[in-house]
Every structure is written in structure tokens, then in C-alpha cells.
Design a protein around this ligand. Structure first.
Ligand code: PLP
Length: 426
């Protein structure tokens, strides 16, 4: 089948093409994974020793290989002592941090359960119903963690410059049951928004009723620029320390979308007290991470400059796909009332906003035409988009031709959903 859409393409003709395309998850394309092929040879069968001679085939080093911590420190802009080099997934670290907080509490200004100030405070689960702030649209897997662990989610609006900081300040000031907040500070999933400097400062400084309040600072897209003018990365750990809340932030990042998705290297960075807390609890569940994988990554990714060069190659593959979606949407959707979309400057997603009440139907129509989209509502707590407007588009995985075709299919499905709504209203 030709990948060039005919000029007179409409929804029926698109459906008749019998395509099978998946635009639902932000996975790297095979060509992106090929960029890191040299990883396989970076810890050769005879060269498995770390810088200091440590045998990476063995147990140990719960905080990670020193050079893997140093690489994390360079990339995240903190000291190596504040970085733990862990396993393959930052989401896993977020989940575990949440579970540790629920079961054991976190280092806190309050008198701890064991009596010592600054030791672990009261376990979150022993404090009655607790809640987390969830900027929405946001990352569905963050919300899934809250749901799985029985933590109430409070949606706060996500704007173009970050979450609604006035609403957040008002909520956390008086309500000690609010224990934290999910943050994706750079090129957020799924709106692409990067937090403004002022919002970062206010999050670090705001008074919180809960002495054990935590920002889960998920810096998944810190390096994932799509333009020539990358945002300078935020330094939230320093901002929190400067505001007198050194323990407020737990920062997470990984190389999942730098080398291999789910086969990279994940880091946690935080205050010394938080790092000690983390190591105390992870020491119970593991005798150390996979140092061979860490060694491979240290040798392959090396430093900030090498990483930036690799990210430029990712961008060369990704940016044309984002541009293609934008061009098709401009051609088909420009001027359609109440329809808008963003042109993100980084990250993995485009958010498309349908007229109220049309997102769910658009996803259904797309599915009938062979296009898998992220379920409508997925970017909201409990899967409920109150206005049924938001659609998350993930253009990274399919080929450029497929992405272009899929964008036509999405636009045509949306137009058909709007048409149906109009007929029902008439
Ligand atoms: C915001 C965000 N955080 C975390 C992840 C997953 O990261 P990891 O592969 O390190 O678990 C993703 C993946 O899409 C993401 O979008």
C-alpha cells in the first residue's frame, strides 16, 4: 500500500486502507535503538572491572558503581554523594520510594516514630487517608502508582509553564494529608510543558503543612530537546536546599530514551538524608544493582558532551515525526473551533485537544480504522478527563511515513467525532 495519502482521503477511505498502527506509547523507534548498538561491546567479556578494579560480575555496591554515580552527578548537576546509580527503570525507583514512604515514613522535620528528630517520620500509611497532587494532563503511570497504593489523587491544572502554582500553594499550606506531588519538569509527558523558573522556585519554597512532604521530580526528558534552543535544566535539589527544604525533593532520571528503553541506567538524586534513607531500605531488597550494565553505560555515554551528541542523533530521527504531525494537523484541523494542539520543544508527546465531549469517540473511531491511540482520559487521575478533550499522541515509534498517515487518520477521526456530535445536537 502506498504511504502517500490520496488528496481526497476521508474517514471511510482511511478506514478502508486497513492500516495497523500503534501511536499509543512513547517508545523509541528501532533506528533510535540502533544508535546505541556499541553498548553491547562496551563491557567486553574480558573487561569487566571497574576503574578501581572492582569485579562488576559480583554482588555489592548498593549505591551503584562510583563512576556510574559520577556520570549521574554530571548529567543531573549534583554531587556524586547525592546520587544513587540503580537498575534499569526510574519508574521502579519512584514506585519503591512511594512504598518505603508508606511503610516506613521519610526523613522529616517532625519527631520520628523512633523518637529522633530527622529520623524517619510517621509512615504515610499510619497517617489516615493521604493524598498526592497530580498535575493533569500528566503521566498515566504516575497515577497508576497512586491508584495501586490507595493514595488519593488531587488533580491540579497543568499549564504551558508548568502546574498551577497558586492552586498548589493554597492546597499544601493547610492540608497535612497532602504528602507530595508528581512533577515532570522538562518537556512533560504528555503536554511537553517545561516548568518556568519561578514555578520551580515556588515549589521549592512553599510552606507545606506536611513536614514529610515530597516532590517526586521525574526528570525523564531532561536531555530530550527537539529544537536548537534547549531549555537550561532546572536544579531542583539546589533550589530546595536554598529554600531550607533540602529533603523536599526526590529526583529520578534514566537513560531509557538515551540508550535502551527498559535496558538503560536509572538514578535517584536527593539530599544526603534522603540518600541514606533510600539505601537503608533498598539494602533490604537487593545485594546491589547490575554493575555490568552500569559499566557499559559509563563507557558508552561517558559524559555530558557525548550524551548531547547522542541526543542530537535522536533528535534528527524524532523531530521530523513531530513536524509531520504538526503539518498534517495544520492542514486538516487549523481553524476548527475548540481544536488545538501543542508543538513541543522536547520530549516524546503531542497533546491534541478536541472539543469537549469528543476525545473518547475520536479514540474509538481511530481504533475502528486500525489506529491505536492512548485511551482518552489516560492522562488524568482515575482515567477521567472531566471535559473529555485530551488526546495523547506518541509519534516516536512508527516510521515517518506511518506517522504522517496516522496523523491524517487521527485528524479524520476527530473531524468525524465532531460531525457526529453536531448531528446529535441538531
Ligand atoms: C515521565 C516519564 N517518567 C518515567 C518513564 C519511564 O522511565 P523508565 O524507563 O526509566 O522507568 C516514562 C516513560 O515513558 C515517562 O514518560
Amino acid at each position: 500500500m502506498s504511504m502517500t495519502p490520496p488528496d481526497d482521503l476521508n474517514y471511510e477511505r482511511f478506514r478502508a486502507l486497513g492500516l495497523r498502527l500503534d501511536m499509543s506509547r512513547g517508545k523509541p523507534a528501532p533506528e533510535q535503538l540502533d544508535l546505541s548498538q556499541a553498548l553491547f561491546d562496551a563491557a567486553a567479556s574480558t573487561d569487566f572491572r571497574a576503574r578501581d578494579g572492582f569485579d562488576c560480575r559480583n554482588y555489592g555496591l548498593g549505591a551503584g558503581l562510583p563512576e556510574a554515580r559520577e556520570l549521574g552527578a554530571e548529567l543531573l548537576g549534583v554531587s556524586a554523594a547525592q546520587v544513587v546509580a540503580a537498575g534499569n527503570s526510574s519508574l521502579e525507583l519512584m514506585h519503591d520510594a512511594f512504598v518505603f514512604a508508606l511503610l516506613h515514613g521519610v526523613p522529616s522535620g517532625e519527631e520520628g516514630a523512633k523518637g529522633a528528630k530527622g529520623a524517619e517520620g510517621t509512615p504515610w500509611r499510619a497517617q489516615g487517608e493521604i493524598a498526592f497532587l497530580c498535575p493533569a494532563p500528566g503521566y498515566d503511570r504516575h497515577f497508576a502508582i497512586c491508584e495501586a497504593l490507595g493514595v488519593r489523587m488531587i488533580a491540579v491544572p497543568m499549564n504551558d509553564d508548568g502546574p498551577d502554582i497558586d492552586a498548589i500553594e493554597a492546597l499544601v499550606r493547610d492540608d497535612a494529608s497532602i504528602k507530595g506531588m508528581w512533577c515532570v519538569p522538562h518537556y512533560s509527558n504528555p503536554t511537553g510543558a517545561t516548568y518556568a523558573d519561578d514555578i520551580v522556585r515556588r515549589l521549592a519554597a512553599m510552606p507545606a503543612a506536611a513536614p514529610d512532604f515530597r516532590l517526586f521530580w521525574d526528570d525523564a526528558y531532561r536531555f530530550h530537546h527537539l529544537t536548537d534552543t534547549p531549555h537550561a535544566p532546572h536544579d531542583m535539589i539546589a533550589a530546595c536546599a536554598a529554600a531550607g527544604h533540602a529533603d523536599r525533593v526526590l529526583m529520578f532520571a534514566s537513560l531509557s530514551k538515551v540508550t535502551y528503553a527498559g535496558g538503560g541506567l536509572a538514578w535517584l538524586a536527593a539530599s544526603p538524608r534522603n540518600v541514606a534513607w533510600w539505601l537503608r531500605h533498598t539494602g533490604v531488597r537487593s545485594i546491589g544493582p547490575d554493575k555490568l550494565n552500569q559499566l557499559r553505560h559509563v563507557r558508552f555515554v561517558r559524559d555530558r558532551a557525548t550524551l548531547d551528541a547522542l541526543m542530537a542523533r535522536h533528535r534528527a530521527l524524532l523531530a521530523p515525526k513531530f513536524d509531520a504531525v504538526d503539518a498534517v494537523f495544520r492542514a486538516r484541523l487549523a481553524g476548527v473551533p475548540e481544536v488545538s494542539w501543542n508543538a513541543p520543544q522536547g520530549g516524546y508527546f503531542i497533546s491534541l485537544y478536541a472539543p469537549p465531549g469528543c476525545a473518547r469517540r475520536t479514540v474509538e473511531l481511530a481504533a475502528e480504522a486500525g489506529l491505536v491511540l492512548t485511551p482518552a482520559g489516560a492522562a488524568f487521575p482515575y482515567g477521567v478527563d472531566p471535559q473529555d478533550r485530551h488526546l495523547r499522541i506518541a509519534p516516536s515509534f512508527p516510521s515517518l511515513d506511518e506517522v504522517r498517515l496516522a496523523a491524517h487518520g487521527i485528524a479524520l477521526s476527530l473531524l468525524r467525532a465532531i460531525e457526529e456530535q453536531g448531528r446529535r445536537a441538531a
